[in-house]
Ligand binder design. Structure first.
Ligand code: PLP
Length: 475
């Protein structure tokens, strides 16, 4: 086994003097502080500057090639510089780059809305555009609240009692304030408690760490019963249940028991609460169906999408609603029932052109139908590392995979979080040629959906080597 981090290529070696003396605050060199990066400690940040990309590969300005193992933060679908995607955006550039969707639209955006209605589950039909996943969730929250307001009151001044939301533990729905309110991840969300609203908090339907006395075969019942007792207690004040379907990505690729989504759909109907499903991460083929809801035949009342909607090319997101939601907002202008929400760049024509081209590619290449086989192949390539003494779980759906590292496999005891094992492994994988980012000690693999078997094998082998090397010295 190779010793760890001995052969750092120069471009990844720390190239700025960090003052590491006790009590001193490290600072980045000034040239690296203009661009403030999200979820990144800037003091010891070592930038990787990308010059160009092609297919599943990124090339840095110093010429190093990296496999894009997290699909440019879970959104790239057809690869970088896909000729059809590029051509569609160029053609739209020659027509119009941006106009507002408040009161007008570009033909390509209208076309996209219709295409999204076709590919989303059931009778989801009415598309409200925004610019990122968090905003799609914000729109859904306000849509649900205004829906109950319009449905339960004859005049716009009367108030509905249905003003709260049920969210799952360790939920992640984005970084805007409403989305953070739903969120349940300690480091991302706790700090912002003074400025958020409090949801009714459901369980974390985790299949790896089951509560005492719960087995895989009754886990779905167990979590559904927990959610039912919350709905029983709170339904009169609940506008919606909001959830990531099947896999809670940012929580560490936490995988729900099969059938839970369908059970929650039934419970929402029974207790007269809307179901908002956040498919920002799971949508557009990622789990092996166009939408994760398709695995369980579920049609939510409102579905949020983002990331892969433009094939990962341009910022765009959407919130799609079923007719009964949309119709509650119809009336005379003087009734002021319109949805009081809108984004400057919602429905941007360049992004819409990319999204239509992406849907064409899905249709023409049958991409979604290839994902189950690719997922199976990736799992086979990961089988050797799955047996490692410090690998607790390899989980996920489709090409949405998490490898959880644990101090003790038997007891599933995590490593001390401050050891930053996941981060060290990802840094090593990057040195070896695959760009990946961890979620704590969960190594995330989310390649572009077009990745070939050869590329998936490369990703698995690179990550395997990084894990073996870094964990070789662990007691
Ligand atoms: N919802 C889910 C499930 C996500 O995974 C994310 C981002 O990772 C978001 C919402 C937020 O999307 P964005 O970063 O585009 O605002």
């Amino acid at each position: 086994m190779t010793s760890r981090i001995t052969d750092k290529p120069p471009q990844f070696r720390s190239n700025h003097p960090l003052t590491l003396e006790k009590n001193s605050v490290p600072a980045p060199p000034e040239s690296q502080s203009f661009h403030w990066h999200g979820f990144t400690q800037m003091a010891d940040f070592q930038n990787i500057v990308i010059d160009r990309a092609e297919g599943c590969w990124l090339t840095t300005t110093s010429g190093k090639r990296l496999f894009d193992g997290v699909a440019s933060l879970w959104c790239n679908v057809h690869g970088h510089r896909n000729p059809k995607m590029d051509a569609a955006i160029r053609a739209q550039l020659d027509r119009v780059s941006h106009i507002t969707t408040l009161g007008m639209s570009a033909d390509v955006t209208d076309q996209l809305a219709e295409r999204l209605a076709e590919v989303t589950p059931g009778d989801l039909k009415h598309v409200f555009f925004s610019s990122d996943g968090s905003s799609a969730v914000e729109a859904a929250l306000k849509m649900a609240l205004q829906y109950w307001h319009l449905k339960n009151s004859s005049s716009t001044s009367a108030k509905t009692t249905k003003t709260r939301y049920l969210a799952l533990s360790s939920a992640y729905h984005g970084d805007t304030t409403g989305a953070v309110s739903l969120g349940g991840i300690k480091y991302f969300h706790q700090l912002f408690a003074p400025i958020i609203f409090t949801p009714v908090r459901g369980p974390l339907p985790c299949s790896y760490r089951l509560p005492d006395g719960v087995q895989a075969d009754n886990a779905c019942d167990y979590y559904a019963n927990e959610i039912e007792s919350l709905l029983k207690q709170h339904h009169a004040e609940l506008a919606a249940v909001v959830m990531e379907p099947l896999v809670q990505g940012a929580a560490g690729m936490i995988t729900h028991p099969t059938g839970l989504l369908a059970r929650i759909r039934e419970l929402c109907d029974q207790y007269d609460v809307l179901l908002i499903v956040d498919e920002v991460a799971t949508g557009f083929g990622r789990t092996g169906r166009m939408f994760a809801c398709d695995h369980e035949g579920v049609t939510p009342d409102i579905l949020c999408m983002g990331k892969g909607i433009t094939g990962g090319y341009l910022p765009m997101a959407a919130t799609i609603a079923r007719p009964h939601v949309f119709e509650a907002f119809l009336g005379k202008s003087s009734e002021r029932k319109q949805f009081y929400h809108g984004h400057t760049f919602g429905g941007n024509p360049l992004a819409a052109a990319a999204a239509v081209a992406s849907l064409d590619l899905f249709r023409d290449t049958n991409l979604t139908e290839t994902i189950d086989a690719k997922s199976q192949f990736l799992r086979e390539c990961l089988a050797p590392i799955a047996n490692h003494a410090h690998v607790g779980d390899v989980r996920g759906r489709g090409l949405m995979v998490g490898i959880e590292l644990v101090a003790d496999r038997e007891s599933k005891t995590p490593f001390d979080a401050d050891r930053m094992i996941g981060r060290e492994i990802c840094e090593r994988a990057t040195e070896l040629g695959a760009w990946i980012r961890p979620l704590g000690d969960v190594i995330v693999l989310m390649p572009p959906l077009v990745a070939s078997d050869e590329e998936l094998r490369y990703l698995a082998e690179t990550v395997t080597q990084a894990i073996e090397e870094v964990l070789a010295d662990i007691d």
